[in-house]
Design a protein around this ligand. Structure first.
Ligand code: AMP
Length: 280
């Protein structure tokens, strides 16, 4: 496995692989890798791609300085995991390499970044678009793999790809969960024992919402999910929204769309967790 730290080295290696007819697959991450990340890597490898994984904790997508400071970093362990999986190349740039000068670009994603994570984390998706567009420009992938855990992020990436006319295919990968239902997240390791015990309530509430089905009104489903999660004193719902999968706009009736997701953000002490489930 090759590890490169500069854009020039990555660019050169990609060009070399492309000349031999390889399909370039790319998995961007912020490290502290878990089985969720590895599922993306596996999909990329199984698709027969020359598989590139990036590890970069992108400062411009953090709206909370403490979240950036406390974000888990374990590069040695990450590299060992990726090597074991058979990843071909890891790109691990410094902040200076990616942002030799501040990125002043402001993206306009219309209504899709005005809701949920976009509303609660001002500037977050602009930062995501900045880093992913830079990484796409450097790695020039044929395919890039993203997890549905970050449901809204996929919509933003698709919009960014369209706006900037990248020729990359975006591959969506399903959420990987712990046996107790909690969606895998690098932030889970920051939870204390009590918080970790409480966190599976989030997915239980989402699953119960799915069980209720479309015979219960969206308003009642929302009330029940919020009450169920908030009943645990360790958890505080920031939002639970029932949205159309494409427009991400809030719905008030099940008839308004055939592809409906419930998306939730929960504050667990100082840690913020997100999750989602398909409801229709
Ligand atoms: P991150 O390192 O948190 O930026 O995540 C890198 C990629 O891994 C993103 O595309 C995430 O959506 C994806 N990912 C994170 N957690 C999971 C999970 N539990 N299941 C599937 N994909 C995930």
């Amino acid at each position: 496995m090759k590890v490169v730290r500069t854009a020039a080295e990555l660019n050169e290696e990609v060009a070399k692989q492309r000349r031999t007819g390889q399909t370039i697959g790319f998995v961007p991450t912020m490290g502290a890798l878990h089985v969720g990340h590895i599922s993306l890597v596996n999909k990329c490898l199984n698709d027969g791609c020359y598989t590139i994984c990036s590890i970069f904790v992108n400062p411009t997508q953090f709206n909370d300085k403490n979240d950036l400071k406390n974000y888990p970093r374990m590069p040695e362990k990450d590299l060992a995991l990726l090597e074991e999986r058979g990843v071909h190349l890891v790109f691990m740039p410094s902040v200076e390499e990616i942002y030799p000068e501040p990125d002043a670009r402001i993206f306009d994603f219309g209504s899709i970044d005005k809701v949920m994570e976009g509303a609660k984390r001002p500037g977050h998706f602009n930062g995501v678009a900045q880093i992913v567009s830079k990484l796409f420009a450097i790695a020039d992938p044929d395919k890039a793999y993203f997890g549905e855990k970050d449901f809204q992020q996929i919509a933003i990436i698709n919009a960014m790809v369209k706006q900037l006319e990248f020729k990359v295919e975006i591959v969506r990968c399903p959420i990987v969960r712990n046996p107790d239902g909690l969606a895998l997240s690098s932030r889970n390791m920051l939870l204390n024992e009590q918080q970790r015990k409480s966190a599976p309530t989030i997915y239980r509430a989402l699953s119960d919402a799915k069980q209720l089905g479309t015979s219960t009104s969206i308003e009642e489903v929302k009330e029940r999910v919020i009450a169920q999660v908030n009943a645990n004193s360790e958890l505080k719902v920031e939002y639970f929204d029932v949205v159309d999968a494409d427009s991400l706009q809030s719905l008030s009736s099940w008839e308004e769309s055939n592809n409906i997701f419930g998306c939730i953000a929960v504050q667990v002490g100082a840690i913020r967790l997100i999750d989602n489930i398909r409801l229709k």
